[in-house]
Write a protein that binds this ligand. Sequence first.
Ligand SMILES: [Zn+2]
Length: 381
Amino acid sequence: LSTSSIDLSQVAFADNHAHALLREQPATPEVFRRHFAEAHSPVVAGEHVGTAVHYRWALRQLGSLLDVAPTEEAVLAARAEASLEMYARRLIVAAGTSHLLLDEGFPHPNLGYSTAEMEAMLRIRIGRMLRIETLVQELIVRHGTWPEVVAGFDAALADAQERGYVALKSIACYRTGLAIERVADDEAARVFPALRAEAERAGSVRLASKPAIDFFVWRAARFAADHGLPFQFHTGYGDPDLDLRLANPLHLRPLFEDASLQEVPIVLLHASYPYTAEAAYLAAVYPNAYMDIAFSLPPLDRVELNHILHIALGVAPASKIMCSSDGVGIPEHYWLGAVRARLCLGQVLGRLVEDDEIDRRQAEEMGRLLLQGNALRVYRL
Ligand SMILES: [Zn+2]
């Protein structure tokens, strides 16, 4: 570590975007490795991830925390010595994580721990986030008519608000892209019979209809505006379900320009990578645009994460930038995200002090904002 680095080791981490742990934990190197890639094909984890810089760095960090050799076999043996509860708790304490905000739409509830179980296991504050597309899928299975689905949607949002959910989340990016248009009720209603037929045939629906997704995302945004609820959007790098060309956050301009949505904090997840400068621009010009930088997923090495952080801090005010792990499935992600966030932020802020852009006291204040302060304020934690 360079001596100019800002020490943020004492700042707690409010991890504002993550997912639950999986009930079935990896038992082999190949399955463990899959958690460090956004690929669908097993060939990527099987033959290639082992040579990735970010993965080698993760293994070395884990080896030093667990006091074992930085190899997959040694890390897997060490994690198997304790129960998942003990291991996850150890990592979350080492991470200095104060809050974890969970997108409850993934993993599927049959595969992942519930929010209550996560809270009992980790013993930190957990914030719940409602995934719009998953909710709509469930409603289409439950209801036979379009007006019932719409009424059920409104009721579910009101119920979530009452039960203290801290944010809404959309994965429109994964399904039909971020060019989300305003869709009239009758236009959206026209796609319902086909969706309902799929539900009756298969017992479930995979929502990939643009009029339906756009209609409900817009409706959710209106609800969020009425209640001052933050709205997270997946943007940029994700698994190959998405068309990265449609993951550019500039497509969200109609939402930012809509006068009725000015009270919705819109959080652009994953630094919109590789559209990070575009996300930072939006955060600089729209009062309700925020960007979140995830430090475990998408999998990037530390040099690239520093680069992203510098773009964000170089363009957007520090009060508009947040940090997360996007951890999912395994507890290592939560820990690595926190470790990397502090390390990268310390280095980038130190560099800005060295370049005489800010002074040390300002750098420390900005570090506290990005790691915790902004999330506490935006999500009212
Ligand atoms: Zn996520």
